[in-house]
Structures are given as structure tokens and as C-alpha cells.
Design a protein around this ligand. Structure first.
Ligand code: C5P
Length: 230
């Protein structure tokens, strides 16, 4: 008996889009700005969506993780590539889960050749990347949109502000400053914020178990949302 292969297919007929991992913003052919996101949480979420029978599209930044069973994966590197992939897939999605740690900034210029030491210490000017999640109301107005927030202490008022600013329906906050959970760790502990319910914390457990508990909430929100939408 393999529990993973005989789930309740509660998302059959639905399309779920998940982003995962970091982005890399190149400086020159060998250097980039990146972050420490491992992609594990996003991959666990995509695995859970597929297990529940959803058509699951995973847009992944540069990570070294195997593609979960039943998941259609598109690899990207930069925030701009991630944006293009998300905009391509978002219109067909019923649920969009933005677990990727998208770089907020990228180098303003890209050097075609490796910057050499004898050229002196470079000044690297940055420009803002687009906020992909915040663009989704326009690209996927009918999808349930879930954001992630990597913040140790997210006050409910700040979560509400972020939800409104990004036009998202749910915000999942996790504390990346703790070594035992969050970035790179095998376990996570998260708090779910919504405009309509009090915050709910899912206590520390393996990322696959967090993904399953989150999808229970996403499915409940999706059911309410579909009724409201009709
Ligand atoms: O504002 P903050 O970075 O905390 O928001 C995090 C959420 O927004 C995550 O869901 C992340 O995937 C998304 N995001 C995005 N594009 C960015 C920055 C963050 O989609 N440029």
C-alpha cells in the first residue's frame, strides 16, 4: 500500500500552478545575485496538488530537486523568465500558489564578458523586478491566488496590507530566520492569513505534511471562492 499513490483525487479537473525555488539574476557570465531558497516547500506543494488529481504546472527556479510524480515542470532562471512562464500558464489555472523566492532586484546592466579584477571593484546598480504575484489579478482574475511571505514576525495588520497590495486571497508566512524550519530545512511551520478568518498556525512538521495541511485549506477556500464567483 502506497498512501502517496492512492489519495482522494479532490482536485481532479482543476489546474494548479505552483512557483518554487529562488531566482538568479546574472551580473556577468559567471556571477549572479541569488538567494538561499531550496525549492523544497514549493516542490512539496506541487507534489501534493498532483497527488490530489490536479493538472499541476510547476515553474521552478534553479534548484537540484527531482520533478514530483505527475507534475509538468518548466525551469526558469531569472525573475523575468519566471514572470513570462507564470503569465503563460496563469490564465488556465484555478489555483496559483506562489512559493518562489523571487529576487526583488536585478543588476541594471549585464556584462557580456566576465568582469575582471584588474578593471577595479565594480559598482553594481540594481533595478526592481516586477512583482509577479501582484500582477496576477490581471492575468488570472478567476484563480484563487496564494502568496508566501518569508518573515519571522508578520503582524496580522501587515499581512492584511500585503494581501490587499498583491490582490491575493491567502498569505502563507514562514520564519526563514530559524534554522529548523523554512529556507533549506526539511520541516516548516507556517501561519495562514486570510481577509475573512483569524490567522491559523500549522505547527512544525515535514514540508510534505505542511503541503497536505495547506491544500486542505486551499481546497476549502477554493470551494467558498467558487460559490462566491458563480
Ligand atoms: O513582498 P514579499 O516579497 O514578501 O512577497 C512574497 C510573495 O510575493 C511570494 O508569494 C512571492 O512568490 C511573491 N513575489 C513575486 N514577485 C516578486 C517578489 C515576490 O511574485 N518580485
Amino acid at each position: 500500500f502506497d498512501a502517496a499513490s492512492s489519495p482522494r483525487r479532490t482536485l481532479a479537473g482543476r489546474t494548479v500552478l505552483v512557483t518554487a525555488g529562488p531566482t538568479q539574476e546574472p551580473i556577468d557570465p559567471v556571477r549572479y545575485l541569488g538567494n538561499r531558497s531550496s525549492g523544497k516547500m514549493g516542490f512539496a506543494l506541487a507534489a501534493e496538488a498532483a497527488r490530489r488529481g490536479a493538472r499541476t504546472l510547476l515553474v521552478a527556479g534553479p534548484v537540484t530537486l527531482p520533478t514530483p510524480a505527475g507534475v509538468e515542470r518548466q525551469d526558469v532562471r531569472t525573475a523575468l523568465e519566471m514572470e513570462a512562464a507564470v503569465h503563460l500558464h496563469a490564465p488556465g489555472a484555478d489555483l496559483i500558489v506562489m512559493a518562489a523566492a523571487v529576487a526583488d532586484f536585478r543588476p541594471a546592466a549585464y556584462a557580456d564578458e566576465k568582469i575582471k579584477r584588474h578593471q577595479g571593484t565594480p559598482e553594481i546598480a540594481l533595478i526592481a523586478n516586477p512583482d509577479i504575484l501582484a500582477s496576477l489579478p490581471q492575468f488570472a482574475p478567476r484563480a484563487l491566488r496564494v502568496g508566501f511571505a518569508a518573515e519571522s514576525t508578520l503582524a496580522a495588520t501587515e499581512a492584511a496590507r500585503k494581501l490587499a497590495a498583491k490582490g491575493a486571497h491567502l498569505l502563507v508566512a514562514n520564519d526563514i530566520s530559524r534554522g529548523d524550519i523554512g529556507f533549506g530545512a526539511e520541516q516548516n511551520e507556517v501561519t495562514i492569513f486570510s481577509p475573512t478568518a483569524p490567522p491559523e498556525t500549522l505547527s512544525r512538521r515535514p514540508k510534505a505534511a505542511i503541503a497536505s495541511a495547506l491544500f486542505d485549506r486551499f481546497e476549502a477556500a477554493l470551494a467558498d471562492f467558487l460559490v462566491l464567483r458563480e
